[in-house]
Design a protein. Sequence first.
Lengths: 109, 115
Amino acid sequence: DVKVTQSSRYLVKRTGEKVFLECVQDMDHENMFWYRQDPGLGLRLIYFSYDVKMKEKGDIPEGYSVSREKKERFSLILESASTNQTSMYLCASSGTEAFFGQGTRLTVV
Amino acid sequence: GEDVEQSLFLSVREGDSSVINCTYTDSSSTYLYWYKQEPGAGLQLLTYIFSNMDMKQDQRLTVLLNKKDKHLSLRIADTQTGDSAIYFCAESRGNYGGSQGNLIFGKGTKLSVKP
């Protein structure tokens, strides 16, 4: 069974903290993605990576960075968390089909 | 710019058919997708259709694609209460060489199934 695993389902962080969201896939996919989902806005692409150590900005990269040191792992980093980054974060990996993790609901207080 | 539009709500009775509609703008999209999201969960891929197909059927699900009108629909036959969820239409971005996870999503249609 294919699997995309996000390390946390729920996180609460303070404003200004550095936050790491981790995602691991076991399908040997080259492409991995980070989206955020907000009510009324749907899913928006933050960053994606098509190979190890490669990254591309999506539609809303501001305030975020990413790391892809190994093929199976793609990390989203909030350098200094802000309250407007409170959201549901979804990781995906893809070949022909894109598979999503269960999501991390991040609250920044 | 690129955009995917779908209605926000649909309510049907158990046993009826549900039809969720979607329009998209990028004519170079290779694949079009339907995802299901249940409360508190991630997205589950339901089905997808390649852009050179008109129809795809998978058990209770039928996808129709009108490429001329850039219109995609998902029909769920014999809708059950367990089908209650948010359904997202998505198109692959045509300019990323087949990277199928680089998707543009609609805002989702909340399907409510009444017993």
